[in-house]
Design a protein around this ligand. Sequence first.
Ligand SMILES: [Zn+2]
Length: 151
Amino acid sequence: MPRKYDNQPIRISPQSRIRAEDALSKIRLSPGMTANDVVETVAEVIGKPIVLESTVDDRFKTTTGTFAITLEFVFIVFRGIDPHSYQMHSLFHELGHLLCGHTNCERPATAPDSDPTRQLLWNEAEREAEFLAYKIAALISRKPRSSQAFG
Ligand SMILES: [Zn+2]
């Protein structure tokens, strides 16, 4: 049964979970925070402003999002053609990388729940970022736990 953004379908190793939880502990999230609030919070932790860009560039046909770290700021790009909820998920995924101290994103273009076997191809860093994407979404959700989802 496909699960959307209201659960954590990602499988990570105990070590990855510890790293991800540790990364998450660097920021304080609360229900009702917006995506922008989360971006600001992460920017404070990493000490650089985060610039967001939604793109419909052809090069983004095969990737949902990515980021680049420069000396001055961090640039996060995500695919503008995706549904809003998925763009948010992509954004939180990239923020997850930043919190973990990862330097790049090698996420496949497909949604994590589209085909469970593809998930096996994900590397540890991608799983950690993905785990954090779900965690962040859950922590800022105003909705009761039973119906957590982006609207
Ligand atoms: Zn990634």
